[in-house]
Design a protein around this ligand. Structure first.
Ligand code: ATP
Ligand code: MG
Length: 139
């Protein structure tokens, strides 16, 4: 089994929280940890630190602290890749073309407010899970 970090972003929480949670359950993920929180600016900056030189970084940080996020540790065989597939591409216009069933195709407003986050690989997953939840006991 593999763990990944999933986040329902503020736009997703405002409009589609229950539908997204239902998809997660239907996808066969187990929820190992769960926390609802309004991220501080510092947390959001650190969380997306890899994007600090991008032109959209400040917008992204503002957006991520606008309201509560739901942060989840999801467990399943191949969880990292499966959750990314369920989310779909970053840009919902692309998602609607290539993955019309995906969460972003259905629920994202635009390339910034795109409803959900998912770790992009196992190493990222472990780093972000530790960052958000502290070290959780190894199983
Ligand atoms: P995430 O890391 O949130 O799962 P991702 O891996 O699909 O998303 P990244 O390239 O890591 O995409 O971008 C992180 C986030 O930054 C995106 O999910 C989106 O909220 C925002 N973002 C990405 N590209 C743009 C852009 N061109 N304009 C505005 N916001 C963007
Ligand atoms: Mg990313």
């Amino acid at each position: 089994l593999e763990d990944t970090l999933a986040v329902i972003k503020p736009d997703g929480m405002e409009q589609h929280r229950e539908e997204i949670m239902e998809e997660i359950r239907a996808g066969g993920f187990s929820i190992l940890e769960q926390k609802e929180e309004v991220l501080s600016r510092e947390m959001a900056e650190e969380f997306y630190r890899e994007h600090r030189d991008k032109p959209f970084y400040h917008q992204l940080v503002d957006f991520m602290c606008r309201g509560p996020c739901l942060m989840l540790v999801l467990t399943k065989e191949n969880a990292v890749e499966e959750w990314r597939a369920m989310m779909g591409p970053t840009d919902p216009d692309e998602a609607r073309q290539t993955a019309p069933e995906s969460l972003r195709a259905r629920f994202a407003r635009d390339v910034l407010e795109n409803a959900v986050h998912g770790s992009s690989n196992r190493q990222h997953a472990q780093q972000k899970i530790d960052f958000i939840f502290g070290e959780i006991a190894a199983e």
